[in-house]
Design a protein around this ligand. Structure first.
Ligand code: PLP
Length: 512
């Protein structure tokens, strides 16, 4: 008997073989299956037909079906379970993007109609430097945790209970910089896990690091004043800083100890750093450099902005304590996020403010963005209080550590140690694959994207200093088997571009 899925494909545009080449057929099949998943004709968790059923039903070769299933697996639409078959993923790219393809097409048409509108100079500048990817879920996507492993049932139970008894105070605008229960839970957690010294009143709950940086620059920097950030550094922070104020943004080069100080340069109002795990290279700022930075900030009445975005994930040693806790009353604005420990779509982060900044910044935050998500904040407080948050982090640390090791071994085996970033940080959600300087990493990324592999080019993270070429490969949300097939795609593309072939590139038949 023919399966429902085969019937659906036949009724929704599957064309008989005719003159089509098998590669084209594979793409056609992928496209239809994506559509079936997006429209829920194939539902999350549903089993796809066995290879031989699809071969027989559609009259195609085994290779065509296998290729289509593998492609969909790399894109995150399906998962395969050894011995039981291929299933629709519970979280597909469409669900995560929350916009069905048809709606998005309609939307881009209306965006086109708005061309010619006069944007501010700053907006135009940001648009020229825009780097956020259109797809945020898929093989090797950096900076994204394994959102499929999030303890959904536990969280849903907590949310359900809170919603059943939701008081008006939980549904109106938030007050006092965030729910008291979350501020208390976080103050305790940050003390134990990150060595942060603070009272709950110093916490301000934000919509992630981006909003925290926006608030900081608006509150503390005047037009024309200088802000330092690491070079290379996170373009997202650079864009927020540039959009918020007409500031002088200076990229400071790094050495093996972290951001380098320049005693002669104009004193900055803010110094933005990622001391526990430099983004994107992974360096840990030395104790000596931390002390020098703190001394400089005190002497020049400057604020250090510590972005502690993913420090929970250190695999070979205990997490490096935060700079904020190194000295009492340090001139540090500490910023953290649930984007990496739980999931980015939550859009909840937090700031630990120096005492003098608590009242003004809490007030400015309320004025600028109002406050909300109280129910979410209360649920997060419970997750932390009952130990589920720490348990999830422990589980993910093991998982990500294993995946990192796997990716490292692939790089070692097929490309060699020159392609790895040294010293290895053994931390975070991505690693950097170094490339020879003549390989265009932006072009490489475009070619990879066309094949469903979502790496990011290292050169895009540099501002002023000499640019290094490489790829940021996220491993946290990619299973080992998928990683291997995607890595082989990467090798093939790299070979086609002539990259690394003259420098001990160990491209083997096995990979090709
Ligand atoms: C260094 C760094 N900070 C912050 C963020 C984003 O934080 P959030 O999602 O809380 O805005 C990222 C995202 O990749 C990042 O790489």
């Amino acid at each position: 008997m023919r399966s429902v899925c085969v019937d659906w494909l036949l009724q929704n545009g599957w064309q008989e073989r005719g003159e089509r080449q098998s590669r084209r057929l594979g793409e056609h099949l992928c496209q239809l299956l994506r559509q079936a998943i997006a429209t829920q004709a194939l539902r999350p968790g549903e089993r796809l037909p066995a290879t031989r059923d699809l071969m027989a039903g559609l009259g195609v070769s085994r290779n065509t079906v296998m290729h289509a299933y593998e492609q969909l697996r790399m894109e995150g639409y399906v998962v395969s379970k050894v011995g039981s078959g291929t299933f629709v993923a519970s979280l597909t790219p469409e669900v995560l993007l929350k916009a069905p393809r048809t709606q998005r097409r309609g939307m881009s048409a209306s965006l086109d109609a708005q061309q010619g509108v006069e944007l501010s100079e700053r907006a135009q500048f940001i648009l020229q430097h825009a780097s956020a990817a259109d797809r945020q879920w898929g093989t090797f996507m950096p900076g994204v945790p394994d959102v499929g492993a999030f303890p959904r049932a536990t969280y849903a139970r907590i949310l359900n209970r809170l919603w059943r008894h939701a008081q008006p105070e939980m549904l109106t605008y938030g007050t006092n910089g965030g729910a008291q229960a979350l501020k208390e839970a976080l103050a305790d957690y940050l003390h134990v896990a990150r060595g942060v010294q603070c009272q709950p009143e110093q916490l301000l709950i934000t919509e992630g690091v981006h909003q925290a940086i926006d608030l900081t620059v608006r509150s503390l920097v005047n037009p024309k004043e200088t802000v330092w950030m690491e070079d290379p550094g996170y373009w997202g922070i650079a864009n927020v800083l540039r959009m918020s104020q007409d500031i002088q943004l200076v990229g400071r080069p790094l050495d093996s100890e972290g951001l380098t100080l320049d005693m002669e340069a104009q004193v900055p109002r803010l110094i933005c750093v990622t001391p526990s795990h430099q983004y994107p290279l992974g360096t840990v700022m030395s104790l000596a450099r931390r002390k020098s930075l703190l001394a400089y900030a005190r002497a020049h009445r400057t604020w250090i902005v510590e972005d502690d975005y993913d420090s929970e994930f250190r695999f070979s040693s205990r997490p490096i304590p935060a700079m904020q806790g190194l000295e009492a009353d340090a001139p540090v604005i500490y910023i953290g996020t649930f984007s990496k420990t739980l999931f980015p779509g939550l859009r909840v982060g937090y700031m630990v403010l120096p005492r003098a900044l608590v009242a003004p910044m809490q007030r400015i935050h309320a004025e600028l963005y109002r406050q909300g998500h109280v129910v979410t904040q209360l649920a997060l407080a419970e997750l932390i209080r009952d130990g589920q948050y720490a348990k999830h982090i422990r589980r993910m640390r093991v998982l990500y550590g294993r995946r990192r090791e796997w990716l490292q071994s692939l790089i070692q085996r097929y490309l060699g140690p020159d392609f790895l970033c040294e010293p290895d940080s053994q931390a975070g959600l991505h690693l950097v694959l170094r490339l020879p300087s003549d390989v265009d990493d932006v072009e490489l990324v475009q070619r990879l994207q066309a094949q469903g592999v979502l790496a990011r080019p290292l050169s895009k993270y540099y501002r002023t200093c000499s640019v290094e070429r490489g790829l940021l490969l996220g491993y946290a949300a990619t299973e080992e088997a998928t990683m291997q097939s995607a890595f082989f795609v990467l090798l093939r593309v790299l070979k086609a571009m002539g990259g690394g072939l003259n420098r001990g590139f160990l491209y083997s038949k096995e990979a090709g």
